[in-house]
Design a protein around this ligand. Structure first.
Ligand code: PLP
Length: 387
């Protein structure tokens, strides 16, 4: 295959070599972690080591990590009225979420439709805290779900401030940290999260493994999504995906150790990319640029250039980018995130996302820039407008 430059790390990341090695080692272990014999205990050790590693990434206790089959499943598990703590046994009566949540949160978990309420965001893509406070004050026992960083814009949400509002109203806070983990510091305590979602394949682990982390040990679900053998402290039945979990653990540990260096690396390249992009296309709009963003994400549009056209042309030139969220590409659907930010329909259709990672190089960025220069020039000429 000719040389390619991959700019879709928010859709999924490559496996880290450390995670590949851990996967290969663990897949050779025969035991079931629930078995008491030596083989079973060897498998159990792998799962429990990974639990410690994942817990450490977010400053949690290992006992509070529940492994799931994906970030989506962790979100589904979290979003239920049936959450209890030692003191609070009554079901949650309202689910509040920002208008820019991932579709796995937007689906509302196990709340009835009429118990779900949206909280708006501002033009920079940050949740409106005054609106959140208003919505929380009208609910009796709310569960609030807020992402730490948006998958399309990379905009980091004011989660600690939101947590203070939620706590003051005796609410619970669920934080979807799938995109933020490994890219910015994520600490359950600092964030004030009661529940937090992670996904292995966004931090260099395998696809099909996630975790829901509890911020308090007395919190549990009275209606787990998957019931059966009682694995994961009764909160997620099914024999554990030992190799996937072991690789997730190693990816989490590597991401934690390398976070500062990787974030600086990605930020340097992303900032260079944006400076050069706006030099080539001064009319390009970078969404969320005025807000704090993940160090690896750029979402932009150039008036008159359709995202599908750009994605296909760049792909032919060896550059993999996406049009907004991965789940909605393929279907030509305007982004609900940009719509919530009040972006005009003309720009909405042109949103192109580049997301970088730890192996992205300056040569990759330059390959994108030269492909973009060619494309923007050709499209603008055809449309009779300036790039
Ligand atoms: N939450 C966010 C913010 C995401 O970006 C994604 C995936 O793109 C998910 C949840 C779902 O994670 P998974 O792919 O593990 O189901």
């Amino acid at each position: 295959m000719p040389q390619r430059s991959y700019f879709d790390w928010n859709a999924t990341t490559p496996l880290r070599p450390e995670a590949t090695a851990a996967f290969a080692e663990a897949i050779a272990v025969v035991g079931n972690p629930s078995s008491v014999h030596a083989e079973g205990r060897a498998a159990r050790r792998l799962v429990e080591r990974a639990r410690e590693q994942v817990a450490e990434l977010v400053g949690a206790r290992p006992a509070d990590v529940i492994f799931t089959g994906s970030g989506t499943e962790a979100n589904m598990l979290a979003l239920t009225p049936a959450i209890e703590t030692a003191k609070e046994k009554r079901p949650r009566d309202k689910l509040l979420m920002s208008a820019i949540e991932h579709s796995s949160v937007r689906a509302g978990g196990r709340f009835p439709r009429d118990a779900i309420e949206d909280v708006p965001v501002d033009v920079d893509g940050r949740v409106n805290l005054a609106a959140l406070a208003g919505a929380v004050s009208k609910a009796t026992r709310p569960l609030v779900s807020l992402m730490l960083a948006n998958n399309e814009t990379g905009v980091v949400q004011p989660v600690p401030e939101a947590a203070a509002i939620v706590k003051a109203a005796d609410g619970f806070l669920h934080v979807d940290a799938v995109q933020a983990a490994g890219r910015v510091h994520c600490n359950m305590g600092t964030l004030g999260a009661d529940l937090l979602t992670l996904s292995a394949h966004k931090i260099g682990g395998p696809k099909g493994i996630g975790a829901l982390v509890r911020g308090r040990e007395d919190l549990h679900f009275t209606d787990p999504l998957i019931r059966g053998g009682g694995q994961e402290r009764g909160m997620r039945a099914g024999t554990e995906n030992v190799a996937g979990i072991a690789a997730f653990g190693v990816a989490a540990e590597t991401a934690r150790r390398q976070l500062a260096d990787e974030a600086a690396h990605m930020r340097g390249l992303r900032d260079f990319l944006e400076v050069e992009l706006t030099a080539i296309s001064p009319r390009a709009v970078i969404f969320g640029a005025a807000a704090e963003r993940l160090p690896n994400t750029t979402l932009f549009a150039l008036p008159g250039v359709k995202a599908e056209t750009a994605v296909i042309a760049l792909d032919l030139d060896g550059v993999a980018v996406s049009s907004g969220a991965a789940c909605s590409s393929g279907k030509v659907q305007p982004s609900h995130v940009l719509a919530a930010m009040g972006v005009s329909p003309a720009l909405l259709r042109g949103a192109v996302r580049l997301s970088l990672g730890w192996t992205t190089t300056k040569a990759d960025v330059e390959r994108f820039l030269s492909a973009w220069r060619k494309l923007a020039g050709a499209l603008s000429k055809a449309a009779g407008i300036a790039a």
